[in-house]
Design a protein. Structure first.
Length: 498
């Protein structure tokens, strides 16, 4: 899946860097521009470190005017530009272009305005996700989307990837919690989408922009929705002696008309991976555990916990534990939140996938992944946003062992193909980036891909914003021999349905 274009020669790179550097220095203060190799090396990849590319130049604008100046220079010189947040993304979406500029929004990190009456906050893109809730906490409010990297990831990156988190089942993804986005277009215009009203006139371009992976504009300001912090919350930890029972229990909870604040699933490999790391109190004998959170008033939570416990018991839970304090609730969640770093304790490398499937297909997909472990000779730890069907399988491998990275890539691609085959998608919140661009050819046909490219051209006529990411060319699909999967008709017919 790595790019096939030849790297530029050192002479070509030096000449290009000199020209772009001169143009940027004419518009920006010196401390905003990085060009020495030791300074730009940290920007060669995002959280998907398997794909690396040294950028030509890195810029760190401190205000919108500087972002506009950077865009204008890049447009005039026909230089690709890659927007970057905190670099916590996991799909290679912020990987630089060899002869391009990285525009990091890390220094645009101010909370511009917080209105507790309107329950909104206006923030710059470099503000950390968790910092919004910390600032709003004094007013009894918080920002609901809570990706596992929320202590570090920024709101600009969340907008780019439409991030979710463990509480997105009840409170929605980024797209459901952002009211307005202000950005600089590649044509040098300041554009605002959405607003303070419940609805905006015209087409819903705000929803188009959120999740567009930095391909349509560079965000300079975001208005987010804040919600009241629940009076109380409790978590059920339910154990299952069979992953199929656990998968079916997820569907049973939703079918009972219950929408938990969070509904997460971890298999035995995941539980045993994180327990020595965080001491969450997980049942290490269980084939799968579910974490089901209820929040609201004391009375609402008590009633919902009782109803969920009954559903889980009927679904075959072998053990049910309910948090008795907020500290215990946070401890239950700590294992799920730390699954990724815990993987690094038991494996030299791991490859985190991100697909989405219908809830009813959880058990089928788990069986499919189990078969793939045997096929590729690699272990896989499974953690899911089970309530909305968002899978995060962690494929464990050793990059220093010959062939293991290639096997991990093929393993991940086959998981995504299975997701599509059962009626799902190739990404839930990590984006397509570089990592899944070939898998786009599996999910979408030529007419759909042509429509995506037309939308890209409408926002970015010169195709300079984060090019060669997320949307494959039809030629790429043909060259890679990829084929549009008609859900469930091409492969995996041998897997049982439940």
């Amino acid at each position: 899946m790595t790019p096939t274009t030849l790297p530029p020669s050192s002479a070509e790179r030096a000449a290009r860097q000199s020209a772009v550097l001169a143009a940027l220095r004419a518009q920006l203060p010196p401390h905003v521009i990085l060009h020495d190799e030791e300074d730009i090396r940290p920007y060669e990849c995002d959280g998907l470190a398997a794909y690396r590319q040294l950028p030509l130049i890195v810029t760190l604008p401190e205000n919108e005017a500087q972002v506009l100046a950077i865009v204008n220079v890049c447009r005039q010189l026909e230089v690709p530009i890659v927007p970057r947040g905190a670099g916590t993304g996991l799909s290679g979406g912020a990987m630089p272009i060899a002869l391009g500029v990285v525009c990091s929004t890390a220094r645009l990190n101010k909370i511009v305005r917080l209105d507790p009456l309107a329950r909104t906050a206006v923030v710059q893109p470099g503000v950390r996700n968790l910092a919004i809730s910390e600032a709003a906490g004094a007013h009894g409010l918080y920002y609901a989307p809570d990706p596992s990297s929320q202590i570090a990831c920024t709101i600009g990156g969340n907008v780019a990837e439409n991030s979710g988190g463990v509480h997105c089942l009840k409170y929605g993804l980024t797209v459901h919690n952002v009211l307005r986005v202000r950005f600089v277009s590649m044509e040098g215009e300041i554009v605002e989408l959405g607003g303070a009203a419940l609805d905006a006139p015209g087409l819903d371009l705000l929803a188009v922009f959120i999740g567009s992976e930095g391909m349509l504009g560079i965000v300079t300001e975001v208005t987010v929705r804040l919600i009241p912090r629940p009076l109380t919350a409790r978590v059920i930890m339910a154990s299952f002696d069979d992953v199929i029972k656990g998968g079916n229990a997820v569907a049973s909870v939703i079918a009972a008309g219950i929408i938990p604040a969070g509904l997460e699933m971890m298999d035995r490999t995941s539980s045993r991976m994180v327990e020595p790391f965080v001491h969450a109190g997980y049942d290490l004998d269980a084939a799968a555990i579910l974490l089901c959170e209820s929040d609201g008033t004391v009375e609402e939570v008590e009633e919902e916990i009782e109803r969920m416990s009954a559903v889980l018991a009927e679904a075959g839970a072998s053990a049910i534990a309910v948090s008795s304090s907020d500290a215990e609730r946070m401890r239950f969640w700590s294992g799920r939140k730390n699954a990724f770093p815990a993987a690094g304790r038991i494996s030299p490398d791991y490859y985190c996938m991100d697909g989405t499937i219908p809830r009813r297909e959880l058990a089928r997909v788990l069986l499919g992944i189990e078969a793939m472990e045997a096929k590729y000779g690699l272990r896989c730890a499974n953690v899911f946003h089970a309530g909305d069907g968002n899978l995060h399988p962690l494929i464990l491998f050793d990059a220093n062992a010959p062939g293991q990275f290639d096997a991990a890539e093929a393993f991940g691609a086959e998981i995504l193909e299975l997701c599509v085959a059962v009626g799902g998608t190739i990404t839930g919140e990590h984006g397509v980036g570089i990592e899944k661009i070939n898998s786009m050819c599996i999910q979408f046909g030529s007419e759909e891909i042509a429509a995506f490219l037309a939308l890209k051209r409408a926002f970015d006529p010169p195709a300079l914003l984060n090019p060669d990411k997320a949307i494959p060319t039809l030629r790429r699909c043909a060259e890679n021999g990829k084929m549009h999967v008609q859900r469930g008709l091409l492969r995996f017919a041998d897997l049982p349905r439940f």
